[in-house]
Design a binder for this molecule. Structure first.
Ligand SMILES: Cc1ncc(COP(=O)(O)O)c(C=O)c1O
Length: 412
């Protein structure tokens, strides 16, 4: 048996080399037996996994002013840091126990413990929802542009991802959205405020959507709630098909610890418990979360910084002649036109990161800037003025040149 035919029989080269190095008397016998094993085939995942899109956020090289991911740009509450310092080495050896913190979180929101589930960020909450509620053929309903992880998780379970495109105003297209609900609609996700537009959906519209689709779960993603202030959380647990998601990655500044929350009807939460790992949230996050929740003064301070900064960003963009959209979140979307890539590069060379959203549907030429605290806004705006000058940008490029930009291939 030649080496080539042995390899063709599926015996790994490393194993052949090892056998040869040992030079044992049984090498040929062994190879002969192995050659009768079934040949290795290329394992394929489920069809939906082959077809689903991938999420590739540009995470490399972020050692700069992070005005790109809408995280808290500074720090969590000092109480969180104090709690971190009190954690013991032995504590790290123990599997995390979610229920104690879940009870505290539930009480914070005036809910019963069985009406909340802590998750590994809202990302995991979306994933669990798709796993628990979607079969192939069921429809997942979204508005675009929106947060791309919704597309990923829904497409993982069903080929029926239905997207309703916002018009140029980027406002939530309520009538068309309601009209897109069908008897097959099983999961609806609406972000308010929405990413990347900053648009909101009123509570009455959200409740109307929940009522129009009693056969579907409606998840309202309130990741950016604190920068807006309106919520449907008081309806959680009262409306049987409503779940409200909150993240601790944004205003609370805990993105690295990965913790999010789903709140709503105990029966729905029970199904999500079934599909989640009991250890989905790490013990460090569970330990510090009550401290973060309790420090309302810090949260209020950070949110006030962002709200003031957001007004400064609007004023600067208006003065510079850059079309932009009013946002209820900690970011602002602006229309740069064909030079969107050049702007992001010029900003990066000044140590400021922005997020190019050009590949989002209906967002050709659009760039998003996160609003941080006062001196970060000042640095961001200074870099923006310099960068626009460097790339010789004029306001005419903002609106007139649509459809002519160099598209980027990443769909984030
Ligand atoms: C609308 C929206 N939901 C959820 C998330 C993710 O939150 P988490 O960090 O809790 O996974 C993001 C992050 O950018 C977001 O924009």
């Amino acid at each position: 048996m030649s080496v080539a035919s042995k390899l063709a029989a599926g015996i790994p080269q490393s194993l052949l080399d090892e056998l040869r190095a040992e030079g044992g008397p049984f090498e040929d016998d062994l190879l002969h037996s192995l050659s009768h094993l079934p040949k290795a085939t290329q394992v394929e995942p489920r069809r939906a996994v082959l077809a689903m899109p991938e999420y590739h956020p540009p995470l490399a090289g972020r050692d700069a002013l992070r005005l790109d991911f809408n995280e808290n740009t500074l720090a969590p509450s000092p109480r969180v840091l104090e709690k971190l310092r009190s954690l013991t080495a032995e504590g790290l050896t123990i599997y995390p126990e979610r229920t104690t913190t879940e009870r505290i979180v539930a009480a914070h929101f005036d809910l019963e413990p069985n009406q909340v589930l802590l998750t590994n960020g809202v990302d995991e909450a979306i994933h669990l929802l798709a796993c628990a509620f979607l079969d192939e053929g069921d429809e997942g309903l979204l508005c675009t542009p929106g947060f791309f992880m919704y597309d990923v998780s829904i497409s993982m379970m069903t080929s029926r991802l239905i997207k309703v495109q916002a018009d140029d105003s980027l406002a939530f297209p309520f009538e068309r959205f309601i009209a897109a609900i069908t008897p097959r609609t099983k999961l609806i996700i609406i972000s308010s405020p929405n990413n990347p537009t900053g648009a909101t959906v009123s509570r009455s519209h959200l409740l109307a959507i929940a009522a129009a689709a009693p056969q579907a779960v409606l998840m309202v993603d309130e990741a950016y709630f604190h920068f807006h202030g309106e919520t449907t959380m008081p309806d959680a647990g009262k409306i049987p098909n409503l779940l409200v998601a909150r993240t601790f990655s944004k205003a609370y500044g805990l993105a690295n610890l990965r913790v999010g929350l789903l709140a709503g009807d105990a029966r729905l939460i029970g199904f999500l418990h079934k599909v989640s790992s009991p250890y989905n949230v790490n013990g460090v996050a569970l330990a510090v979360l009550p401290e973060a929740l309790a420090d309302q003064a810090y949260l209020d301070w950070y949110v006030a910084e962002v709200r003031t900064g957001r007004d400064r960003v609007y004023a600067a963009l208006s003065e510079l002649g850059i079309r932009h959209w009013k946002s209820a979140a900690n970011f602002v979307l602006m229309d740069i036109g064909p030079k969107h890539k050049a702007l992001v590069a010029a900003m990066r060379s000044r140590g400021v990161l922005l997020r190019d959203r050009s590949a989002d549907p209906g967002c050709d030429g659009y760039v998003r800037i996160t609003v941080g605290v006062e001196d970060q806004v000042t640095r961001g705006l200074t870099a923006l003025r310099e960068s626009l000058e460097e790339i010789a940008w004029t306001p005419a490029e903002s609106i007139l040149a649509h459809g002519k930009s160099e598209g980027i291939n990443e769909y984030e």
